[in-house]
Design a protein around this ligand. Structure first.
Ligand code: C2E
Ligand code: MG
Ligand code: MG
Length: 595
């Protein structure tokens, strides 16, 4: 091999020694080529020869060449076939064709088939040959770069959505031929948003890059890992004889992410939820497979995160239901399908109405009345809860304003907030301006939050909570007792009070466990100076018991079901004038979405 003498006048890129593969069976043509190129470069280019396609293939399996110069007609390959055969062994090396033909149509045909350029035998001088080769190399580099941009994720270098779909499609074709399975894994990092919110996007990016590296360590080279965007990754596993193989990979991934990831001197613990589906057993359609894997991933999340879940047919129906709801919910606000119901909160000592909780309802023209339990989780997953929650707050403020104007005292109106609404960043500002626009004092609004928000424990959510509190809004912890019920959180966040979940109230006073829990929660809140509202009070026995043990306030069917605006107003007026309300109440029917 000849080493090029560095000529400082040439740009660095052009100084690099070229290693060329000359595929030419005619010894005369080979000699001529070598002579011409040797003359032009003072023998500073290394040319290796191959006299057949078979020899070329062998050589290409070794160290890479900068370019291939090839004759099309070889003893074992002919015409355009030669091009395809070379492209099959190397996609990244530029190919320049040596030909006798000067025809332009033929030249175009060559380019279409993947050649970078061509040289006409006997008509090209050394410098032209060299220039052609150099340009071919540059063009190929540009092509590769473009390919990288359009098929790979910039941040992690993993495949992007386009390439993932392409690879999955190819894998499906191969699997059909070999009668094997393809597994599609859908991964979502648990609580990734919290990292982004607390440490910033750069830290989030660093984390994603490290996760990508660890994922690559869990699969074979031939398997495709893609980042679809955000914190969503997909993996295509080929040549699977049995689902248990994919399960083993899932366990490997979960374990690989167990060790903390250090980002900006913080030790972060990330976990992932994985959904798995198989081609062709679960579905034979690419989009169907993606939906399956996605549905299975949500099931894994529901089961407590850091888990994997294999797709099953019932999840398919569930996925369709979710999608139906999601699609319909997107229009619910514009089409006026949402409305609020109010349920009073009663102070036990005095029997006074101290407030009302706004509860969201959705009446779809075809699906009928859809219960919050069915659509709020979907709204949270899709982020639709942000506009929906904004609508709830605006509507509740407007309703409260109207009652105030009419001189009807409802006390504090309570609005439920989902953890997701805190992630946007400007929630506090939004609450402040919305109440101000309605001319409502902060003291007239209560916000019910869930433990999941406190669990996230991000600087953003802490800051928003304490700012809301400082502005004078009331903050209640909803459904207390169902989650982690951590004392540390109760102390750390300045809450006004908590609501005992109705599952503890339901079997009072007969269930001694529930009785003990209720007493404990009351003792605890007394010590921490927290107010308590018991949810779901339906019977006079429950009412009496709660009165006896010193519970502050109650809410439930015993006093009233959630009522629409007019009904609730009528209920309030009737109560104020001492009459017993004969309002039938808003019929709460749990309608299922027809699938
Ligand atoms: P939650 O905030 O704990 O609301 C109390 C739920 O208990 C309401 O269910 C209410 O109708 C029901 N309830 C009240 N009294 C009784 C009773 O005596 N017996 C029984 N069995 N149930 C009673 P709903 O309206 O179906 O809401 C369910 C959940 O949906 C709410 O639980 C809340 O977490 C969520 N939600 C409702 N509206 C909104 C909203 O505007 N935004 C957000 N983020 N979540 C909402
Ligand atoms: Mg609530
Ligand atoms: Mg509740």
């Amino acid at each position: 091999m000849t080493i090029i003498e560095s000529t400082p006048l040439l740009p660095a890129r052009l100084q690099k020694q070229l290693r060329l593969l000359l595929v030419e069976d005619n010894p005369g043509d080979e000699l001529l080529f070598r002579a011409l190129i040797g003359e032009a470069t003072q023998k500073t280019v290394c040319v290796e020869g191959a006299q057949s396609m078979a020899a070329a293939t062998r050589k290409l399996a070794g160290a890479p060449y900068d370019a291939i110069i090839t004759d099309l007609d070889l003893p074992d390959s002919e015409g355009l076939e030669t091009l395809s055969a070379l492209l099959a062994v190397t996609k990244t090396t530029p190919i320049v064709v040596l030909t006798h033909c000067e025809d332009e149509d033929f030249a175009l045909e060559l380019l279409k088939h993947g050649a970078e350029d061509y040289l006409v035998k006997g008509r090209s001088e050394g410098p032209l040959i060299l220039k052609t080769i150099r340009y071919a190399i540059e063009r190929k580099e540009a092509e590769q770069h473009f390919l990288q941009l359009s098929y790979y994720d910039k941040l992690t270098g993993l495949a992007n959505r386009e390439l993932f779909r392409d690879r999955l499609r190819q894998a499906m074709v191969r699997a059909t031929r070999s009668a094997q399975l393809v597994a599609v894994l859908f991964l979502d990092l648990d609580r990734f948003k919290a990292v982004n919110d607390t440490l910033g996007h750069l830290a989030g990016d660093e984390l994603l890059v490290e996760v990508a590296v660890r994922l690559q360590g869990c699969v074979r080279k031939a398997d495709t890992i893609a980042r679809l965007g955000g914190d969503e990754f997909t993996i295509v596993l080929e040549d699977i004889d049995h689902p248990s193989f994919a399960e083993a990979i899932c366990r490997k991934i979960i374990e690989a992410l167990q060790a903390p990831i250090t980002v900006q001197r913080h030790e972060l613990y990330v976990t992932t939820s994985i959904g798995v589906t198989f081609f062709p057993t679960d579905d034979v359609d690419l989009n169907g497979l993606l939906r399956n894997a996605d549905a299975a991933m949500y099931r894994a999340k529901d089961q407590g995160r850091n888990k994997y879940h294999l797709f099953t047919a019932d999840l398919g129906a569930e996925a369709v239901r979710r999608m139906t709801i999601e699609a319909a919910l997107r229009h619910a606000i514009d089409r006026n399908e949402l409305f609020l119901c109010y349920q009073p909160k009663i102070e036990l000592k005095t029997g006074a109405v101290i407030g009302a909780e706004a509860l969201l309802r959705w009446r779809h023209p075809e699906l009928g009345l859809i219960a919050p339990a069915q659509f709020i989780p979907v709204a949270e997953e899709t982020g639709l809860i942000v506009p929906v929650g904004a609508w709830v707050l605006r509507q509740a403020c407007a309703d409260a304003r109207r009652w105030h104007n009419l001189g009807i005292s409802v006390g504090r109106v309570a609005v439920n907030l989902s953890a997701r609404q805190f992630r946007g960043g400007d929630l506090c500002e939004f609450v402040r301006t919305t109440t101000a626009a309605a001319g409502l004092e902060p003291a007239f609004l209560e916000l019910e939050i869930t433990e999941s928000l406190l669990m996230e424990d991000t600087t953003a959510s802490c800051a928003a909570l304490s700012e809301l509190k400082n502005q004078g809004f009331g903050i209640y912890l909803d459904d207390f007792g169902t989650g982690y019920s951590s004392l540390a959180y109760l102390k750390k966040f300045q809450l006004d009070g908590l609501k005992i979940d109705r599952s503890f109230i339901r079997d009072l006073p007969t269930d001694s466990d529930d009785e003990a829990i209720t007493r404990a929660i009351l003792a605890l809140s007394q010590a921490l100076h927290l107010k308590v509202v018991a949810e779901g009070v339906e019977t006079v026995e429950q009412h009496r018991f709660l009165q006896k043990v010193g519970c502050g306030a109650v809410q439930g069917y015993f006093y009233s079901r959630p009522l629409v605006y007019d009904e609730f107003m009528a209920w309030l007026i009737a109560r104020e004038s001492g009459q017993k309300s004969d309002s039938p109440g808003f019929e709460e029917t749990e309608l299922r979405v027809a699938s």
